[in-house]
Design a protein around this ligand. Structure first.
Ligand code: BGC
Length: 342
């Protein structure tokens, strides 16, 4: 079932919320502003739990940082020096993170209206589309982007992306939801257990730009190949997890890459994706004074973002995954969050 309701005004335009639900209590609310996941309610052992951070009204999405639940583009994470060369030309992007470009720049896909088309049925879905004109935020090529949110029969929320350009460009799309499987208002996430099929990570510099080194995770705090709590090696990370973990080469294609488990039983979330990496971000900067839903204050490490994507700044590092979208080619990608009660 899909219910549509107003969610505030931006400029002169009405923001709409689309609540997708299936029998049993699994439901997702998605906004047509930022193609944002505003809530995700999962039936738990002790009732339904909203497992993502978000705001009760549009003001939070407009004025607080953090990209809560948003679809991030054109390029997720950072591009060093807010510039890149492509086909013999240098493109200057908007620098919104010091001298670097972060999450698409000044406005980004996260702060734009998308055109929404609900598709009701046994697996209710919302198709959101956006046109990004040539030169927007400094990027070349007219780009048409689509993201489809769908509740699947497997108690999953699937996000399928599709994009096409008329001029070569770089593209890196992700969803920026912050999860806490005990409920977004339940405290620290550091007792959650994470498994990640990632054998290397991007070594960051002091500005969180990759140095270019892909280092094996062995004997580092970034080794989640055997599940461990986010808190176990947290003190060794130097300020918290904000690192790109690179998935192992085999298997490839759409497969299970991550598993997040609530402490002492409850909800488990498996993340299936075809993307080559994930930005593991333990909400180290999450302290905006604007509170979350129900007035819950923002606090560091009260949720974790698992942003499946290409590696940050990848166009500047030959060994990194290829995020070039050529004119006329179609970019396709899917990430699915599947929930289990144990
Ligand atoms: C980045 C962080 C950033 C956060 C919010 C994450 O994807 O890795 O460094 O602070 O997004 O912008």
């Amino acid at each position: 079932m899909i219910t549509i309701y107003p969610f505030g005004i931006v400029g002169e335009r009405q923001v709409r919320a689309f609540r997708l639900s299936v029998p049993g209590g699994f439901c997702a609310t998605v906004l047509d502003f930022g193609a944002t996941l505003q809530s995700l309610t999962v039936p738990g052992r002790k009732g339904s739990v909203d497992v993502v951070c978000g705001y009760d009204d549009i003001e939070g999405y407009l004025h607080a940082g953090g990209y809560q639940g948003a679809t991030v583009g054109r390029f997720a994470n950072r591009i060093a020096g807010a510039r890149f060369d492509l086909n013999g030309k240098t493109y200057s992007l908007y620098a919104n993170d010091g001298r670097n470009h972060l999450h698409g720049g000044k406005t980004g896909f996260s702060h734009r209206f998308w055109t929404a088309e609900p598709e009701d049925g046994p697996e209710p879905a919302l198709r959101l589309t956006l046109h990004s004109p040539d030169g927007e935020e400094g990027y070349p090529g007219n780009l048409d982007v689509e993201v489809v949110y769908r509740l699947t029969k497997e108690c999953g929320l699937s996000l399928s992306y599709r994009a096409r350009t008329d001029g070569d460009t770089y593209l890196n799309l992700t969803n920026h939801s912050y999860f806490n499987l005990c409920g977004f208002a339940s405290g620290s996430v550091l007792e959650h257990t994470l498994w990640a099929d990632a054998d290397r990570y991007c070594v960051p510099d002091g500005e969180l730009i990759p140095t270019g080194e892909l280092r094996p995770v062995d004997h580092t705090p970034f080794d989640f190949r055997t599940a461990k709590t986010l808190g176990r090696d947290f003190a060794l990370t130097g300020g918290g997890y904000d690192h790109c973990l690179v998935f192992s080469d085999k298997p490839s294609g759409f497969c299970k890459r991550l598993e997040l488990r609530a402490p002492s039983g409850g909800i488990t979330m498996s993340v299936f994706t075809d993307q080559p990496a994930v930005q593991l971000y333990s909400a180290n900067f999450m302290n905006d004074p604007i509170p979350f839903k129900g007035g819950y204050p923002q606090q560091f490490q009260h949720a974790v973002a698992l942003e499946t994507q290409h590696m940050p700044d990848s166009m500047h590092h030959p060994g990194f995954s290829d995020c070039l979208l050529k004119a006329g080619e179609v970019f396709l990608s899917t990430t699915e969050y599947r929930f289990f009660i144990f």
